[in-house]
Write a protein that binds this ligand. Structure first.
Ligand code: MN
Length: 383
């Protein structure tokens, strides 16, 4: 007997209503109305720069030399194949600047994050600019440039901080949204110093990490365990607007937790997320970060994800977030607006099959597209 005829779950009308409310179905409908201007421009450009394909190729969108998105394994990669803004004086012509800060001398355990920007760029070539999750073609909404890397000084943390602060300061002066790809997390200090200068009032920070990163010093220096204790000494970056999400485990948190207690940051542990859920955790986080603040900065340490999903990092801590939890959390943060973001601690030498770099690139894409969706980037009205 055919079991389909025994089901009585939905009337035809109820089923149609439920079906049409699915995000997957909404994306299907939206695709018809989505602009394809940028997509067509890219095809034209690939023909201008890469010549017409051989006569036997039926798809005439294909060029002779690969100069666009395809093939995904070909070409010289920038972040998601965005244009390389080699002349950094021109960066103000773009909505978003993705910049590398390939510095890993702030690392206290195993290094390799100096290859983070390169690793993210290379695997990000697999991404298209369209996602059905948000029903959006990101490149139709905003212009993104790859600004290349800031010149870091491998042997000198403090000089590197000066370089990064001035570099991010330049991006902000030019009016572009900075996405800083580390590098280890010590770069959170110069990033915040530059950002804080450009915010009139208070700056809040939403910090995803398994580690609290609020020690005063580690091994006598300002390493990747110390940035928030120094950043929150800036007059408009109060520790009471710093919210730290996903903290826990057994690696290097002792001295930082004492400082967090002394200066009063908000710590939401991974066990908290387990107990109260991502949405409730983000309700609290957003309330804290935005309290009397003019802007909020997102600092995302890839090690907040469980090392099963993100093994390519310097201090992996078992028991972290799943990708779906982490991505949901950053989308919640981005929905209320951000002044900039960093993505740190991706260490390609410890990665497997690029999964950590791929997840990192996804964090950036989901953040940017959510900012667009809620009118904080590009030209959509604010909701
Ligand atoms: Mn960490």
């Amino acid at each position: 007997m055919d079991k389909r005829h025994e089901r009585e779950g939905f009337t035809d009308e109820e089923l149609e209503a439920a079906r049409s409310e699915l995000a997957g179905m909404r994306s299907r409908r939206q695709l018809t109305d989505m602009p394809e201007t940028r997509r067509k421009e890219l095809i034209e450009r690939s023909h201008d720069l890469g010549l017409e394909a051989a006569p036997s190729i039926n798809d005439r969108n294909i060029s002779l030399f690969s100069r666009g998105f395809d093939p995904q394994f070909a070409g010289i990669n920038t972040f998601v194949r965005s244009p390389y803004c080699e002349d950094i004086n021109q960066i103000g012509g773009y909505d978003v600047a993705v910049v590398g800060a390939p510095f890993d001398m702030g690392t206290t355990y195993r290094s390799g994050t100096r290859f983070g920007p390169e690793g993210v760029r290379r695997i990000s070539g697999v991404y298209d600019s369209y996602s059905p999750d948000l029903g959006m073609d990101l490149f139709e909404e905003i212009t993104i440039a790859d600004a290349g890397d800031i010149f870091v000084i491998p042997s000198n943390i403090e000089k590197t901080f000066d370089q990064i602060e001035l570099g991010v300061d330049h991006l902000l002066d030019q009016g572009t949204f900075p996405v800083i790809i580390g590098g280890d997390h010590s770069i959170g200090l110069p990033d915040t110093k530059a950002i804080a200068k450009h915010v009139g009032g208070k700056l809040g920070i939403i910090h995803f990490d398994r580690h609290i990163d609020t020690a005063e010093t580690t091994m006598d220096e300002r390493m990747h365990t110390t940035h928030w204790s120094h950043a929150t000494k800036l007059p408009n970056v109060p520790p009471t607007n710093l919210v730290q999400i996903g903290i826990g485990g057994w690696i290097g948190n002792h001295s930082g937790v004492q400082v967090a207690e002394d200066i009063d940051t908000t710590v939401i542990s991974m066990f908290d997320i387990d107990d109260i859920g991502v949405d409730r955790a983000m309700d609290i986080a957003l309330e804290i970060a935005w309290k009397d603040a003019d802007a909020v900065y997102l600092s995302f340490d890839i090690d907040v994800f469980d090392p099963g999903y993100a093994p390519g990092t310097g201090t992996p801590e078992p028991g972290g977030m799943t990708p779906r939890e982490g991505l949901k959390a950053v989308r919640r943060a981005a929905a209320e607006g951000l002044v900039g973001m960093d993505l740190v601690e991706i260490s390609p030498p410890y990665d497997h099959a690029d999964i950590t770099s791929l997840l990192g690139a996804r964090v950036v894409m989901d953040t940017l597209s959510t900012l667009v969706q809620h009118g904080h980037l590009g030209t959509r009205p604010t909701d």
